[in-house]
Write a protein that binds this ligand. Sequence first.
Ligand SMILES: C[S@@+](CC[C@H](N)C(=O)[O-])C[C@H]1O[C@@H](n2cnc3c(N)ncnc32)[C@H](O)[C@@H]1O
Length: 429
Amino acid sequence: MPTPARIHVAHALHEVFGEGGRVPDVWDRGLGEDATLAQALLGLCLRRWGRLQAWVKPNLKDSARGIPLGTRVALAMGLAQLAWLPGVSDHAAVNESVELAGDRELGFVPHKGLVNAILRRAAKDRVALAAALDALPPALDRAPAVERALQAALAPHGAEGELEVLWQKLQQPPRPAFRQLMGPLPEGLVDDPDLAGCLRLEEGASFPRTWLESGSGMVQDRSSQALLAYEWDQPVTRILDACAAPGGKTTALAIRHSEADITALEVHPRRAARLRQTLRQRALKVRVIQADAAEWLEAHEGTFDLILLDAPCSGSGTLQKHPEWPWIAHDELPRLTDLQHRLLAAAAERLAPGGLLIYAVCSWLPEEGLAHSEWLATARPDLRPAEVWPAAMLAASEAAVGATAFFRPHPLRWEGEGFQAFAVMAGPR
Ligand SMILES: C[S@@+](CC[C@H](N)C(=O)[O-])C[C@H]1O[C@@H](n2cnc3c(N)ncnc32)[C@H](O)[C@@H]1O
C-alpha cells in the first residue's frame, strides 16, 4: 500500500490530467510532516510533466500506443523522485510507484510489471536520469495556453524576448508573503523593504503555521497587498467588495477602513458561508450577502464610495503558485470575460459621486483587464482614471511616471502574482 502522501499526490494528478480540474486547495490536508514531501513531489510532477512524459515514450516497446493515465501518473511520480528528490531511497521511489500502478483506482493494473521494469532501470543511475530529463526542452512543459499567457505578461513591458527567463522564474515555488492581523509577530517574519505592511519569511525560517492557525496573521500574495495599498484620501463610508471569498481583500479593506460600512458579496453558497465564518473569527464587522453581484447591484438602490471588483478570472497570473494551470481546461475564457463585463458594468452604475472603483484580476490576458478598461473609458467617460498606485512600487524603471491608474507589475522585476487592475473615480460629490 503506498503512503498517504503518494496517494494524495496521485489523486491530485488524476484531478488535473484526468478531469482538467485544479488541484483542490486542501489536497494535502491531514498529511502532517509528510506534506512537505507530497508538496515537493506534486510540484515536480506538474512543473515537469511534459518532460517526464517525453522521457517515458522511447522507453516503451510500443510508444505509439496510448498510455493509460494510471501508468503515466505512477511513472511520473517514480521518475520525479529518482531524478530530483535525493532524500527518497531507490526502494521507496520504485516500490511505492509500482504499488500505485497496481491500484485499481489510481493505477493501471496490467502495467504494474512495465512500471517496475522502467523504474528499476532508471534507478541504476539517478544522476544520469536527472541529466537526461533536464536536457529535454523546457517548452515540453508548456501547454499552448502558457505561451499566450507569458507573451501577454511580457508584451506591455516590451520584454517579449524574455519568455524563457520568465518561464524559469515561474518554475520556482513562490516565496510566501503575509499580513499581520493581531498580536505579536512570530520569529522569522520580517518587513518587506519595498512594501509597507507586507511580511516575508527570513531565509531558513520555518513556516509560521501556528501563528496562521491562531488567526493572528494570514497569507496574502504580495501583488494583492500592493493592489490594496492604493493611495486615496477621500472619505470612504460605504464599501462594496463585489466578489469577496475567501476574504483576504475584504479583511484588508475592513482593517484599513475600520469605520466604514462594508458589504461583501459572494455567489457560491459554500464560499459565502466560509467567508462569513472567517470574518467573524477575525472580529471584522462586514455584511456578507450570498448573491450574484451583477444581479444584486442591478436590484440595489444605494451607492458606494469604494467598490472593489476582484473578478473571477482565468488565473493566468497565478502560474507560479498553481503549476497545474498549464494543464487544466481553458475553455471557460469567453464565459469569464462576459461575466467580468457584466459585473463591471453593474458596479460602475453604483459608484457614488467622488467614489473610487477598483477592478482587478490575477491574470495577464488583455481581454480580462486592459480590454475592460478600454470599454469602460468609452462607455463611461464620466469615470476618470484614478492614479492611486505609485508606479515606482510596480517597476523601478517606471519611477518617472509617478503614479498610475493601471496596476500591472512587471513580471520579471516584480515578485508576486501576475495582476491587472485599474482604478476609476466618479466626478465630484
Ligand atoms: C478572484 S476571487 C476573489 C478573491 C477575494 N477577493 C480575496 O481576495 O480573497 C473571485 C470570487 O468571486 C466569486 N464570484 C464568481 N462569480 C460571481 C458573481 N457573479 N457574483 C459574486 N461573486 C462571484 C467566486 O466564487 C470567487 O470567490
